[in-house]
Design a binder for this molecule. Structure first.
Ligand SMILES: [Zn+2]
Length: 348
């Protein structure tokens, strides 16, 4: 009795020391896995239910949330979490993993890019959400309460959408809180992707955090975002990179035995320049994802429907093509590419 009380008081985090762990209707006894749903009741529009899995490790430890499918056609990230659902063994785990493989079910079902077709909103822009809002806002509110507030760390997985040819990269948010930043930096290095965007401009207000990872970050929980996969494909190397990345973070957090194999000397990207089209028409790319371009280099061009070039897209800065539009459809103001501008040296 005395020992268990002592352990309960000292144990960080307290949540994971409980014998059962429940998220939504998913409930797992210690050493077991449970599946269920985070129910989002109907409001001004339809209800939805978001699948969730709780892998409640055999021994207490941190609570790590891994979320994907805010954009339901970023398939490689969704399939990566499905892989983790089948591969994570609670007997091997110290702590608890909350897996949410598909936030935006309507996007997945209907193959709609970027937004939730129910309300036309991106499901990674309305955190922390609101209970009286549209479906995206209500789902965000439920995820904030059921997942973000219950975890110690969060990984939000994304990738190139159906219209984005993307090379893999992670985001590391620098908050200025030294201990938190040290842990999140360890996580992003353990994840293993060799290009890392340093975010310093994310909202700091917990009531207006916008992004999922940022919702956890502003609540003091070291967290990261990672992207792999492109243009509707489910390529083994992309899925593997995300699965390996999540397992690497679990090693780093000492949730799994063994040492994290952190990426050495990644490319740190200090700013991201968006290239947009001044004209609607047909887009022809002239670079591939991952290409290094000089400032002023041609990224691609847009023609009218008769083949006449009406816009040439130039790189606004020297850097790496993180993603480039992968389809000919181009709207006025649409994204042609994003260019990551590396910084010479990270650290110190
Ligand atoms: Zn996404």
């Amino acid at each position: 009795m005395k020992t268990s009380l002592f352990a309960a008081v000292l144990s960080l985090p307290a949540l994971a020391s409980a014998q059962t762990f429940a998220v939504g209707t998913a409930r797992a006894e210690r050493g077991h896995t449970g599946t269920g749903y985070i129910e989002v009741p109907a409001g001004v529009d339809a209800a939805t239910s978001i699948p969730v899995v709780v892998v409640h490790g055999a021994r207490p430890g941190p609570v790590l949330a891994i979320v994907s499918g805010a954009h339901g056609t970023e398939y490689a990230s969704i399939i990566a979490v499905e892989r983790l659902i089948s591969e994570l063994e609670p007997a091997q785990l110290d702590g608890t993993v909350i897996l949410v493989p598909l936030v935006n079910r309507a996007s997945f079902d209907q193959k709609v890019v970027h937004v939730n077709p129910v309300d036309g909103k991106s499901m990674n822009r309305f955190y922390p959400g609101r209970a009286d809002g549209t479906q995206t806002e209500r789902a965000s509110e439920r995820i904030t309460k059921e997942v973000v507030e219950r975890c110690d760390h969060l990984i939000d997985l994304h990738g190139g959408d159906l219209d984005e040819s993307l090379r893999p990269y992670s985001y590391w948010t620098r908050t200025g809180r030294e201990a938190q930043d040290r842990t999140s930096k360890g996580m992003v290095l353990a994840f293993g992707l060799d290009h890392i965007i340093v975010s310093t401009d994310r909202p700091t207000d917990p009531a207006a955090s916008r992004y999922l990872e940022n919702t956890a970050t502003v609540r003091g929980k070291p967290s990261i975002t990672a992207e792999a996969g492109h243009a509707g494909t489910v390529e083994t190397e992309d899925v593997e990179a995300l699965v390996r990345g999540c397992l690497g973070v679990m090693h780093f957090l000492k949730m799994l035995p063994g040492k994290a194999a952190a990426v050495q000397n990644p490319v740190w990207i200090e700013s991201v320049a968006n290239v947009t089209s001044d004209e609607a028409g047909i887009f022809y790319p002239q670079v591939r994802r991952g290409t290094y371009v000089a400032k002023g280099a041609t990224i691609g061009h847009v023609t009218d429907l008769f083949g006449k070039t009406i816009f040439e897209a130039k790189a606004p800065a020297a850097g790496i093509v993180l993603y480039v539009c992968s389809v000919p459809s181009m709207s006025k103001g649409g994204t042609i590419a994003t260019i990551g501008v590396p910084k010479a040296e990270e650290g110190s």
